[in-house]
Design a protein around this ligand. Structure first.
Ligand code: GLU
Length: 447
């Protein structure tokens, strides 16, 4: 196969699906050489099949806001690939959600889930519903209306949604309540990220951020460095940023920046536990303003409107917010300010130009599908606990999460080591994930 040919065909077929085409291109470029060493893949047209979702559900979601007005949104569930396990992946509620965005996320999820060592296929879903400024009652009514359509498409051995941007523990609770009413079965394993008193795994809320920091530790260790005392800039202040800040602090790093759509909060002496707790209130308020941190902690945090986290001098950059949030210009600014490592925690957080810049300017870089896989991995652990009707304690879940992140790092090293001994983590993660899914597809025949 030639990446160029496949991309030309996909561009003609899906014009304008920018994020989806970007994600496919990145993976195909990484795997092209390995793929072409396997004529059996070419014969079974694995690449042509793996880039297309198995199926897409699209549905109307109608709900009533607090003023009594009828609102209509669009809901989606994209079941991307089930070669190695049931469909698994989060739901994103964000005003910019489109089929292209969810297709890119479902495609990425397929390879990410393969890296976790657990048997999970790839999926993604969500809606163009905008949670910003919504009341708790409105969120509940929207979740219930969304589930009225979704419940028929999911099941513990079929498709298991979870959270993503705009969907946290509160939303999973409302979604599960409606699912249970419609299905008339408890079916604990149908969603992950549940509350800890009704089947949720301990540490699931922290898992994406904790896993990202475990991965970063392994990457630094391989490069002969230590995270202790290093300055970390991270973007966002939602669930992922919260978990990352907690673990970074615990490991002795100083979190010197968090950010939001309104600007950045610079925290020269490092984030404190009180500030980390306050991130949860900020998310629950649905205001989506990082400035609130500086208002609450005036002596410790300084708000700079309109600026990104990447303008704050740091050693390590951790994008934790949204796709394409870090541009090539940002990458240059980071380097000029002394940054030497970027671990992408958000899905496809760095633009292709930024990745290229990092890789050609001696900056350690690892992609989201490896770095952030601890979230879905812990969802997988939640599914195991649900299937066994048991719950593990924090130390057991943490040890398993740690083991999984170590194994993901090893897979990247195995498939991504360059002749000079350094590691191309993009290539390593893509090849490792692809080989697992492609082999399963081959063994299961032409379906
Ligand atoms: N949305 C998360 C991700 O991007 C978690 C998905 C899950 O737990 O199923 O991997």
């Amino acid at each position: 196969m030639r990446t160029q040919d496949i991309m030309a065909r996909l561009q003609a077929k899906y014009p304008g699906e920018k994020e989806y085409l970007q994600a496919v291109q990145e993976v195909l470029e990484s795997i092209e050489d390995v793929y072409n060493q396997h004529p059996e893949f070419e014969k079974a047209k694995i690449v042509e099949r793996i880039v297309e979702p198995d199926r897409i559900f699209t549905f109307r979601v109608t709900w009533i806001d607090d003023r009594g007005e009828v609102q209509t949104n669009t809901g989606y569930r994209i079941q991307f690939n089930s070669a190695i396990g049931p469909y698994k992946g989060g739901l994103r509620f964000h005003k910019a959600v489109t089929p292209s965005m969810l297709k890119f996320l479902g495609f990425e999820q397929t390879f990410k889930n393969a890296l976790t060592t657990l048997p999970m296929g790839g999926a993604k879903g969500g809606s163009d519903f905008d949670p910003v400024g919504k009341t708790n009652d409105e969120i509940m009514r929207f979740c219930q209306a969304f589930m009225l359509e979704l419940w028929n498409c999911i099941g513990p051995d079929q498709d298991i949604p979870a959270g993503d941007v705009g969907v946290g523990g509160r939303e999973i609770g409302y979604l599960y309540g409606m699912y249970k009413k419609l299905a008339r079965q408890y079916n604990t394993g149908v969603l992950t990220g549940k509350g800890s008193t009704w089947g949720g795994s301990i540490l699931r809320p922290e898992a994406t951020g904790f896993g990202a920091l475990y991965f970063t530790q392994h990457l630094l260790e391989k490069a002969g460095k230590d995270i202790k005392g290093k300055k970390v800039a991270l973007s966002g202040f939602g669930n992922v940023a919260w978990g990352a800040a907690t673990k970074a602090r615990e490991l002795g790093a100083q979190v010197v920046a968090i950010s939001g759509p309104d600007g950045v909060c610079e925290i020269p002496d490092g984030i404190t536990p009180e500030m980390i707790d306050y991130m949860l209130d900020m998310r629950a308020s649905n205001r989506n303003k990082v400035e609130d941190m500086a208002v609450k902690f005036p002596g410790l945090a300084r708000f700079i409107p309109g600026k990104k986290a990447w303008s704050v001098p740091c050693d390590i950059a951790l994008p934790c917010a949204f796709q394409n949030e870090l541009s090539e210009d940002d990458a240059r600014e980071l380097k000029a300010n002394g940054c030497w490592c970027c671990c992408e925690v958000s899905n496809m957080g760095c633009q292709p130009g930024a990745i290229h810049f990092f890789q050609h300017n001696g900056i350690l870089f690892a992609p989201g599908k490896a770095v952030n896989a601890g979230g879905v991995a812990t969802s997988g652990l939640e599914m195991t606990q649900n299937a066994e009707h048991i719950s593990w304690d924090a130390s057991e879940v943490d040890a398993k999460l740690h083991f999984i992140m170590k194994s993901i790092h090893e897979q990247c090293v195995k498939f991504g080591t360059r002749p000079d001994g350094s590691v191309d983590y993009v290539k390593g993660a893509n090849i490792a994930g692809f080989m697992k899914v492609a082999t399963a597809m081959l063994e299961q025949g032409t379906i």
